[in-house]
Design a protein around this ligand. Structure first.
Ligand SMILES: [Zn+2]
Length: 443
């Protein structure tokens, strides 16, 4: 093999990935299907992608899923965004850098600005993938550059608070990007000019290789992995079955929808599936991540980066938190540290620097218990200026004898915010709210 000299490119041999090698061999003319595949990747981009998330995302034995929305942002905002917010479910949006120009009308993307898209992403833990400039074929290397590299740069300029590090190949027809063919084989990423350009410009790419997603924590093992289309009532109604099958195989799954392709009945079915996924997550049987998170999920590990973890393992509980003694009593229950409210209004807060984790989607998870019912406000905001980020979730909890999780996903701004403040305000009679130490997990 010819040795490439392009900067910090590295080759990773995917040994032992029988499924991937076998699946990719179908469209491959020369290579031995049992031989490890060499995949070029941009080491510095991949390192930044992983560092943002604090390494692979351990799911502690649970399967993980992700949702992908393919452009058509007008209908996304009106029809599907409210469902993602209602059930606290993140989504990765495949975005065209020239969306307003090429997608017009009710099913287009021309009523949503990049500023609005960025705001939705920050406040709900969404991720943006580069889905090309125009969704049209490119039959020459200069055209490939426009659709892949120029689109990435343009999206990064339009969405300065979000990293654009994932390519989501569009279906284009024609020459299919000079033989790249939507990333249908692993070799397309090393042997076609489009694949090489994608890998030079992005940390990772999805594709159309069939099958569930590996959950080994090695993102390149999922390079080119495809999705399950939610394009019909029949497909959506099989959603639970797919999750249960992936669970049995200790793998993950990615579901994709086009917002303008969902009619009223399909939206109802999608909501039903979201409700089920959220309840499985809240019961601790499922993780819901972004596509980037799913790429690096690891089922046999419990190690998952938490921006709010006390510095130093085994440090004192609530280390780094502002827990006013007149408002809270600290106690231990079943080996866990709990703060119990003493006053009608009690506030917990903590500041944390973003550092190299800026740009990562996160899942804020707080376990709460109230016997008589209460109101709780979760807030995550830029400690320097609320204009940088300001996410607020108000929750009304009914009384219950057990702890219940409250979830809110958000994306840490890539630029402009240095320190985040997380606060939890509980309102009820003193003594009735117990809070476990919150987590801000990589997602
Ligand atoms: Zn598309």
């Amino acid at each position: 093999m010819q040795r490439r000299t392009l900067g910090r490119r590295r080759f990773v041999a995917l040994a032992g990935l029988g499924t991937v090698a076998a699946l990719s061999a179908s469209g491959c003319t020369s290579s031995d299907p049992t031989a490890p595949q060499a995949v070029p990747s941009n080491a510095s981009l991949l390192d930044a992608f992983l560092a943002r998330r604090g390494g692979p995302i351990g799911t502690n034995g649970q399967t993980a899923i992700a949702f992908r929305c393919d452009h058509h942002l007008n209908k996304f905002v009106s029809n599907v965004l409210p469902l993602h917010r209602k059930y606290s479910i993140p989504v990765t949006v495949a975005t065209l850098s020239r969306m307003a120009a090429v997608e017009r009308g009710p099913n287009g993307s021309d009523t949503v600005t990049f500023a609005q898209l960025q705001q939705h992403a920050l406040e709900n833990g969404f991720e943006i993938g580069n889905h090309s400039a125009t969704h049209r074929d490119a039959d020459s290397e200069p055209r490939l550059r426009e659709e892949i590299a120029d689109a990435r740069r343009s999206l990064a300029q339009s969405l300065p608070k979000l990293p654009i590090e994932l390519f989501i190949p569009p279906g284009v027809g024609g020459t299919n990007y000079m033989g790249f063919n939507g990333g249908a084989t692993l070799s397309a990423f090393s042997e076609s000019p489009a694949g090489r350009l994608i890998m030079e410009q992005h940390a990772l790419s999805t594709g159309t290789i069939r099958g569930f997603w590996s959950m080994t924590g090695e993102p390149l093992a999922n390079l080119g992995r495809g999705h399950i289309s939610f394009e019909s009532l029949d497909a959506i109604s099989r959603g639970r079955g797919y999750v249960q099958l992936a669970r049995r195989q200790r793998q993950g799954a990615c579901f994709m929808y086009h917002p303008s392709g969902l009619n009223a009945a399909e939206l109802v079915a999608l909501e039903g599936f979201f409700e089920w996924c959220a309840s499985e997550r809240d019961a601790g049987r499922l993780e819901i991540l972004t596509v980037g998170g799913l790429l690096t999920a690891r089922i046999d590990s419990a190690v998952r980066h938490d921006l709010l973890a006390a510095p130093g393992v085994g440090g004192p509980a609530w280390d780094g938190w502002n827990v006013p003694a007149e408002q809270w009593t600290l106690l231990q229950e079943d080996g866990r540290d709990v703060a119990r409210s003493r006053t009608p209004t009690a506030v917990l807060s903590r500041d944390c620097p973003l550092g190299r984790h800026a740009g990562s989607p996160r899942q804020l998870r707080v376990f709460l218990r109230t016997l008589r019912g209460c109101r709780v406000r979760l807030q995550v905001f830029d400690a320097g200026s609320p204009e940088g980020l300001n996410v607020t979730k108000d929750v009304v909890l009914r009384g219950s004898p057990g702890f219940v999780p409250v979830e809110q996903y958000l994306t840490l701004p890539l630029t402009g915010t240095e320190t985040l403040r997380v606060s939890i305000t509980a309102t009820t009679g003193g003594g009735d709210i117990d809070v476990r130490q919150p987590e801000l997990l990589a997602a």
